[in-house]
Write a protein that binds this ligand. Structure first.
Ligand code: 3Y8
Ligand code: NAP
Length: 248
């Protein structure tokens, strides 16, 4: 009897959950508990960590999980690494649903960096107006460059003081080109810091930067160990042995 675990938290995971529910496959959707009110899913949902690799392996065994789909975010590296180790330990099939990274197109002015520390170092010395579109968890390195005016964007209002003065937009994506252009123009944004998340939900700021001719400091994805990986819900459904009913 098939029972799938979706490690969720992204737009692609929501699309997959809808398809799995439609196909009548027994499954559980899992959030990490990072936001106050995550989107509802059409599947039984659990929220919060599993308790490391062993906690996830125990969960898989205890809940009779037969297939694990890692549909988390390319930057949710710890969850993805734990899934690889726990599935090997529990001898449970694993597949990753992961969107391709964004690639430069003509007109893009990207400065490629490896991590958020290098992103802070890549900012100019002269004061600039910077949009940090990298969420809430990894902003500390920018405290080393207090000369800039920062705009941050969080899913939920900040609960603790920020490590540097900044203006916070509280908004949950996906975002549109129109709203990103409006925000960047009215705030006089001169620099954008982004992670190479890929997908459509966060792409609008990259397109807006290109049309405004603004530089984007682009943080590369963390390296992950090899695991089976697909980019579409249809491929996951086929892996699960069900053909996704396209748009039915
Ligand atoms: C909790 C689930 C859907 C899912 C929507 C996608 C698109 C909009 C774009 C910017 C960049 C950022 C951030 C972002 C995007 C989608 C998708 C995506 C980026 C929710 C969600 C959860 C999270 C967690 C949150 C992180 C943060 C990252 C904000 C739900 C809305 C910056 C990633 O405050 C915090 O602790 C937030 C933490 C991890 C990165 C960070 O380190 O701060 N996502 N985002 C999931 C869980 O608990 O398991 O609340 O419903 C999901 C989405 N966020 O159904 O349409 O699929 O990528 N999420 C980045 O790309 O760099 C915003 O502002 O331009
Ligand atoms: P992370 O740093 O890779 O994971 C840290 C720990 O959080 C994991 O070891 C696990 O705890 C727990 N966790 C993470 N995702 C989980 C899930 N879906 N279900 C159960 N536990 C989970 O994770 P993150 O980058 O903070 O991302 C957290 C969530 O936000 C994920 O669902 C991810 O898909 C979503 N998200 C993240 C980003 C991003 O930029 N990172 C963007 C969009 C959405 P235990 O070790 O206790 O099991």
């Amino acid at each position: 009897m098939m029972r799938a675990l979706i490690l969720g938290g992204t737009a692609d995971a929501s699309l997959l959950a809808a398809e799995i529910a439609r196909a009548g496959i027994e499954a559980v959707y899992s959030y990490g508990g990072r936001t106050r009110a995550p989107a509802d899913q059409p599947l039984p949902t659990r929220i919060g960590g599993f308790g490391g690799v062993s906690g996830l392996a125990d969960y898989i065994r205890r809940e009779g999980i037969t297939h694990v789909i890692d549909a988390t975010h390319p930057f949710a590296a710890e969850m993805s690494r734990h899934a690889i180790e726990a599935c090997a330990d529990a001898d449970t099939p694993l597949i990753a649903l992961e969107r391709a990274p964004w690639t430069r197109v003509s007109g893009d002015n990207w400065i490629d960096v490896d991590d958020v520390g290098a992103a802070a170092a890549a900012l100019p010395e002269a004061p600039a107006n910077v949009f940090l579109a990298i969420g809430r968890q990894h902003i500390a390195p920018f405290a080393s460059k207090p000369q800039h005016t920062y705009t941050l964007r969080f899913v939920d209002p900040p609960e603790v003081d920020l490590p540097f003065a900044a203006d916070v937009i509280v908004a949950r994506g996906p975002f549109t080109l129109r709203s990103e252009l409006e925000m960047m123009r009215t705030r006089g944004i001169g620099w954008i810091v982004a992670r190479n998340s890929g997908g459509g939900g966060a792409r609008a700021k990259i397109d807006a930067a290109r049309s405004l001719g603004l530089p984007v400091i682009m943080i590369a994805r963390p390296q992950l160990p090899e695991r089976p990986r697909v980019e579409s819900v249809t491929d996951v459904m086929q892996w699960l042995g069900h053909s996704a009913r396209l748009g039915a």
